[in-house]
Write a protein that binds this ligand. Structure first.
Ligand code: GDP
Ligand code: MG
Length: 328
């Protein structure tokens, strides 16, 4: 039976053939399906159009859309602290992640090897610190999803290659953070920010200190930044200063570790309770269970500068390494 296709149909069919992108093809195909005469003679053709449409839609799904790219930037927080590595291409971010956490991130001496963030875990004493490797920071270009990843971090590690003009690299990092309305601060009080802005703790890390002249460059970097940020030279390749790096990250955070114990037993020193500096006995109780905080009568504390087992009230401010026995 002849199909007797109308000129209207043939016109959109031509459009379909000329379409270059999948969305354009889908659009044209939709019109074709709408205008094709619906009779026995076009039955087979209509079937073909339908399956073609299904294929095109599938193709569209497979593509990394902006939303999908953004999703890659949603890194699940793990451990007590999240730190994010930021740096220009080839500064050594992936090398550092691999060496210090054992997580796999491709390392190569050409730029843009890392296309999405990759997390790993490092251990500092009894603390788990998540480290996230990221795609390189680029001048005047910000990947969607990247600002959010950074904003959610507790600490930023600004990694510069000491052999490739570290001052210039820092300029670009600061400029792009500024574009994202992120202010990196070292130690000291967190300034109050305009709305839309966020303030994050940051550490400047000079990588490749194993290379010739690197320490000279590091000193120049220090002249400009040591009053603003804690700094550290390091070699991701040689594994130099890794313990110091973890310690610096820990010290940058305004946190303390305390331990809880039950009467008559020793505390479990492998499971610290992580609290903000200035936290009280009540906060300790809250971190255990909210009922504990409500029922709390007093606590006993062991730690430096107190009598062992000293009795304290709920508003007592705890300090690093205190051992606390809660009494309900
Ligand atoms: N000499 C030296 N080379 C390093 C060091 N860290 C990384 N590299 C090299 O620098 C290049 C880029 O490293 P990569 O980790 O992929 O950098 P990324 O682009 O920042 O992730 C590679 O050739 C690494 O082997 C280091 O501490 N010392
Ligand atoms: Mg990389």
């Amino acid at each position: 039976m002849p199909a007797n296709l109308t000129p209207q149909y043939l016109e959109v069919e031509l459009k379909f053939k000329q379409a270059k992108t999948t969305p354009e093809k889908i659009k044209a195909l939709e019109v074709m399906m709408a205008v094709i005469p619906k009779h026995k003679g076009t039955e087979r053709l209509r079937g073909q159009l339908k399956s073609r449409m299904a294929k095109l839609k599938e193709e569209l799904q497979k593509r990394p859309t902006v939303a999908r790219a953004e999703q890659a930037y949603n890194i699940k927080r793990e451990g007590a602290v999240q730190s994010v590595l930021l740096g220009l291409p080839n500064s050594g971010k992936s090398s550092l992640l691999s060496r210090i956490t054992g997580a796999f991130s491709e390392v190569a001496d050409y730029p843009f090897t890392t296309r999405k963030p990759i997390p790993g875990m490092m251990t500092y004493e009894n603390l788990q610190i998540q480290l996230v490797d990221t795609p390189p920071i680029q001048l005047d270009h910000i990947e969607p999803g990247f600002p959010n990843l950074i904003r959610n971090a507790d600490v930023l590690l600004l990694l510069v290659d000491l052999a490739e003009g570290p001052l210039f690299q820092m300029d670009i990092l600061m400029k792009e953070l500024n574009e994202m309305r992120i202010k990196a601060v070292g130690k000291g009080p967190i300034p109050s920010m305009e709305s839309g802005w966020i303030c994050l703790r940051a550490l400047v890390v000079g990588n490749k200190c194993d290379l010739k002249n690197a320490m000279e460059e590091y000193r120049k970097l220090g002249n400009r930044f040591r009053d603003t940020f804690p700094m550290l030279p390091l070699s991701a390749r040689e594994g130099m200063n890794f313990e110091e790096l973890k310690k610096e990250v820990y010290q940058l955070l305004d946190i303390i570790r305390v331990y809880t114990k039950v009467p008559g037993k020793d505390p479990d020193l492998t499971e610290p309770v992580i609290l903000k500096k200035g936290s009280t006995i009540e906060d300790v109780a809250l971190s255990v269970h909210k009922d504990f905080a409500a029922k709390l009568r007093y606590a006993r504390v062991w730690g430096s500068g107190k009598f062992g087992g000293q009795m304290v009230k709920r508003d007592y401010v705890v300090s690093e390494r205190d051992v606390i026995e809660l009494h309900l």
